[in-house]
Design a protein around this ligand. Structure first.
Ligand code: ATP
Length: 214
């Protein structure tokens, strides 16, 4: 796992003539740490996560993952690197309501080309670790918002990614559940991953190891 994630001279605009974001940001995200990405609404926190997660290509500058200039890779190689190296947690867990939780956790691994049997084993271990082992066969509608968000963290970890990106992962949670989700992200960082969390929440910023203000 090479969790060295950095950006240099970064700029991004959604369309030609649209407001340019990031102002040439240069930053190295520390592996093994949780970095909070904060700043006023509209400054591009979510957009930066999508750029770091190789879902959007910068207008200028580079995103490096390990030794690779990831942002310059051809689409297929970039998609492959994203599938194997990046886990993403969204504000609302966005789990498929019609399928058991176990399937939602397994799914990103199938995109990365891993065998289902192995993934089910990994998914059960992750669910167990975050206190959800007994929920594997339940549907998302049968668990609380806080539990669903911890399932989303398990889903983001199933491919053992070097990088975990989370977009307002505690936005809809009460403080106790928010704290459990932050524990899970801190644990992911403790294993040497690079964890970046976009947030407005001062409690998340206070718990982060490092802070980047946009
Ligand atoms: N898909 C899109 N197409 C065009 N413009 C977009 C798109 N998504 C976001 N923007 C614009 O890009 C800018 C940055 O948006 P972004 O959501 O990244 O900011 P943010 O800091 O995460 O905001 P918030 O804190 O409100 O979530 C805003 O001006 C927004 O309107």
């Amino acid at each position: 796992m090479n969790a060295e994630l950095s950006v240099a001279d970064l700029r991004f605009a959604y369309t030609r003539g649209a407001e340019e974001l990031f102002d040439g940001l240069t930053h190295r995200f520390t592996p093994g740490a949780v970095t909070a990405l904060t700043g006023p609404s509209g400054r591009g926190k979510s957009t930066l996560l999508y750029v770091l997660g190789l879902m959007l290509t910068p207008s200028a500058g580079v995103v490096r993952l390990g030794d690779v200039e990831a942002s310059a890779l051809p689409d297929r190689r970039r998609a492959r690197l994203r599938a194997t190296s990046v886990g993403f947690v969204f504000q609302d867990a966005e789990l498929d309501p019609s399928r058991p939780i176990l399937d939602s956790v397994v799914e990103p691994g199938l995109y990365a080309g891993l065998p289902r049997r192995e993934l089910e084993g990994r998914a059960r271990i992750l669910l167990e670790r975050f206190g959800l082992g007994h929920r594997a066969e339940h549907r998302p509608g049968q668990v609380s918002g806080g539990q669903a968000q911890r399932v989303a963290v398990c889903r983001a970890l199933v491919n053992t990614p070097a990088v975990v990106l989370a977009d307002e992962p505690t936005g809809n949670l009460d403080p106790d559940n928010a704290s459990l989700v932050l524990d899970a992200l801190a644990e992911a960082a403790g294993e040497g991953r690079t964890v970046v969390v976009a947030t407005h929440d001062p409690a998340v910023v206070a718990r982060a190891d490092e802070v980047v203000r946009l």
